[in-house]
Design a protein around this ligand. Structure first.
Ligand SMILES: C[S@@+](CC[C@H](N)C(=O)[O-])C[C@H]1O[C@@H](n2cnc3c(N)ncnc32)[C@H](O)[C@@H]1O
Length: 300
């Protein structure tokens, strides 16, 4: 097993002896991306978010960005791999994020979450807690696994049957069988793609029930004092039972949310029934104002 610090090879950086042997491998680095991840990804991904959990030095993030994903974020618990990845990203002028952390960190909503040879390094109780959360944080989860034999009970298993049990409640929408064990660094790998109940829908297909926020975000962008915005003037008589301080704090929290949405997009799905938004009117208006054409929803 390669040390995490140097697990991925990044083009233009010094090669280890093992990198030199394995550089053309179908099962590692670019070969793993091309054979076990890329086939699950759609052609048009400009609106989409990809998250790579256990991204190591971020090679797949760079490939996802090159493929056209609009938002690309990786997380890895190995500080050295992350540092190496950040230096390389900055040399290459990549826009993707690499965060030092683990599966428990707070992340935006994703269209695709990748777990490539990672899940069996997460203790079972943390793995299950992550999976529970992931159901409402991503549309698809692509998991690459191997024939690793896990003896201890407290670690998740790697075999296909166990993976399918972990993802019961999701729909398996894709499977890549192992490749012939030829060439350097040949290993038994499988790719699986699971779909959750989260959906991406056209932003204009949703009904927020009113137009009170119209122009609010454009007015904020233009630097208008929030108390002089149209929305504030509508809110003031509507929230007549609130003190001015309470109303101002509420609007300022909304403005902080707008700043967050600009950076992170959504961190939880809108909740919708039919085309009616039950929760997320503000985030819907913000995303629409920011030019997004589609949005992630949880339908009930
Ligand atoms: C075998 S490497 C795979 C790296 C990369 N996914 C790939 O396929 O090229 C496993 C990676 O998972 C990371 N990792 C292990 N446990 C983790 C956790 N709980 N949260 C995030 N990353 C983790 C390690 O630091 C390491 O970079």
């Amino acid at each position: 097993m390669k040390p995490y610090e140097t697990y991925q090879y990044l083009e233009g950086t010094p090669m280890t002896e093992r990198d030199k042997l394995e550089i053309d491998s179908k099962f590692w680095n670019e070969g793993k991306w091309k054979n076990f991840i890329l086939p699950f990804l759609p052609e048009d991904c400009g609106e989409l978010t990809l998250i790579d959990m256990g991204c190591n030095a971020g090679l797949f993030l760079s490939m996802a960005e090159e493929k056209g994903f609009g938002q690309v974020i990786g997380v890895d618990s190995n500080e050295e791999a992350v540092k190496r990845g950040l230096v390389w990203r900055d040399t290459d002028k990549g826009a993707y994020q690499i965060r030092h952390g683990d599966e428990s960190c707070d992340l935006p909503m994703a269209d695709y979450t990748i777990l490539a040879n990672v899940h069996y390094y997460i203790p079972i109780e943390k793995w299950l807690a992550y999976l529970d959360k992931l159901q409402y944080k991503t549309r698809y989860c692509i998991i690459v696994t191997t024939d690793r034999h896990i003896r201890q009970r407290c670690w998740p298993k790697a075999d296909l049957e166990s993976i399918r049990r972990y993802f019961r409640g999701w729909e398996e929408v894709g499977f890549i069988d192992e490749l012939p064990l030829e060439g350097n660094h040949a290993r038994r790998l499988w790719g699986l793609c699971f779909k959750s109940s989260i959906e991406r829908v056209p932003i204009d297909s949703l009904d927020c029930g009113n137009h009170v926020q119209d122009r609010f975000y454009a007015e904020l962008d233009a630097g208008k004092d929030f108390k002089r915005t149209r929305y504030y003037r509508i809110l003031k008589p509507y929230r007549k039972d609130w003190s001015e301080e309470k109303l101002d704090n509420w609007v300022m929290a909304l403005m902080a949310l707008y700043e967050d949405v600009k950076v992170n997009r959504l961190t939880s799905p809108l909740i919708v029934e039919g085309n009616l938004i039950l929760d997320g009117n503000h985030r819907h208006a913000m995303m629409k104002h920011l030019g997004h054409k589609s949005i992630l929803v949880r339908k009930i």
